[in-house]
Design a protein around this ligand. Structure first.
Ligand SMILES: Cc1ncc(COP(=O)(O)O)c(C=O)c1O
Length: 369
């Protein structure tokens, strides 16, 4: 039924494939479910997941706040009328000019995870509030985010003492459990660690007021995932005993938009190489499915009913890296020109796309628009 709807719309929309077909109403439902499962946790949409202006406007209309990774994302938000005072700058390493521009525009709260970044921020203004990104377990996340960012406990203590001694407003702590996280314990251990470091902040003379749980809240995708209600119950239990003056926020990206859209694509061609079947789609890792580079899986829906056989699935570019799946079970009668629909493609697809090999960026079409 879903396939019929998408297929009918694909014809009506009259845009070339690949494109993202989005149902904005899904975002309403996901926001409501997030708030119900995590009462008291304020959602700041991680717009890197999908920065389409219509998505931003919908999140804004739902009363969501925003988290940005760059000054360019701030520009997009301001173009949609978002108040910069409701924006957190969560990239732990930012260009000096971006810090200055964001501060002058009204963004007052930014992530740090190193003394060098703290010095940069303080050189713009010692009044900029910061929250410290902590290293945390990413075990069991489909898209881990460890290593590049996050202070160890020893580094965190050094940063806390440094800020306390200089009167710099370090106001909180944050961590990221890894995107599409399957492991409830990551949230539990992240919060427990934050509680210990909040105590350390108080001992040093700081006044913590913010706990930012980051992102990682998963969508129901190709394998069993904890529900948002299960995550909410774990978070709720772990937050027990947290001082009431600490505001808890989170930065859901994928959870809010991931299942709001299908990638609508077509088979460009087929081939048999050494007895193995290949299909080539007009969407690839450079035109939207970048997460396949790290083995992120997608379901492929077709209208064919032939016997299924393992196939290699590739994108349209000339690059070998643009091989999406090595052994996808697909109907052997799948042919050039056929539609292939990819559910749960609303996050980290169009946002990652490039025009490599001259292929145009996939546009986003709104269902019902
Ligand atoms: C700082 C930060 N917050 C939030 C997110 C959103 O994560 P997710 O899409 O898993 O919710 C990311 C993703 O990279 C991030 O880097």
């Amino acid at each position: 039924m879903v396939f019929d709807t998408v297929r009918a719309h694909a014809h009506e929309a009259g845009v070339a494939t690949p494109y993202l077909l989005c149902n904005l109403d899904v975002i309403d439902a996901k926001m409501a479910r997030f708030r119900a499962a995590l009462p008291g946790v304020v959602p700041y949409y991680a717009m890197k997941a999908n920065p389409d202006a219509r998505v931003l406007e919908r999140v804004k209309a739902l009363g969501g706040h925003f988290e940005i990774a760059s000054i360019y994302e701030l520009d997009m938000l301001m173009a949609c009328g978002v108040d910069p005072r409701e924006v957190f700058f969560s990239n732990p390493i930012k260009p000096l000019e971006a810090i200055r521009r964001a501060w002058e525009a009204g963004v007052s709260t930014m992530a740090v995870d190193d003394l060098d970044e703290i010095a940069k921020i303080a050189s713009v203004s010692p009044e900029i509030k910061t929250y410290l990104r902590l290293e945390t377990s990413n075990t069991g996340s489909d898209w881990p985010l460890t290593g590049k960012f996050g202070a160890s406990t020893a580094e965190a203590i050094e940063i806390i003492d440094h800020c306390a001694e200089r009167g710099l407003p370090l106001i909180g702590l944050t961590f990221h459990v890894g995107s599409q996280c399957r492991n409830l314990d990551n949230w539990h251990s992240g919060i427990e660690n934050a509680k210990l470091l909040f105590a350390r902040m108080r001992e040093a003379g700081l006044t913590p007021t913010l706990l930012n749980l980051g992102g990682g809240f998963p969508i129901q995708h190709t394998r069993p995932m904890p529900t948002i209600e299960e995550i909410g119950a774990t978070v709720h239990k772990s937050l027990d005993g947290l001082e009431p003056e600490i505001t808890v926020i989170a930065e859901p990206g994928r959870y809010l938009v991931g299942d709001s859209a299908w990638m609508v694509t077509r088979v460009v061609g087929t081939a048999t190489r050494k007895g193995h079947r290949w299909i080539y789609l007009d969407v690839g890792c450079f035109t939207g499915l970048a997460e396949t580079l790290e083995k992120f899986d997608y379901e492929l829906l077709t209208e064919r009913h032939g016997p299924e056989t393992p196939m290699s699935v590739a994108g349209p570019s000339c690059d070998t890296a643009d091989t999406l799946f090595d052994e996808k079970m697909l109907p052997e009668d799948l042919s050039a020109g056929d539609f292939v629909l990819i559910p749960n493609a609303g996050a980290y697809t169009t946002a990652y796309a490039s025009t490599f090999n001259g292929f145009p960026l996939p546009v986003m079409v709104m269902l019902g628009a």
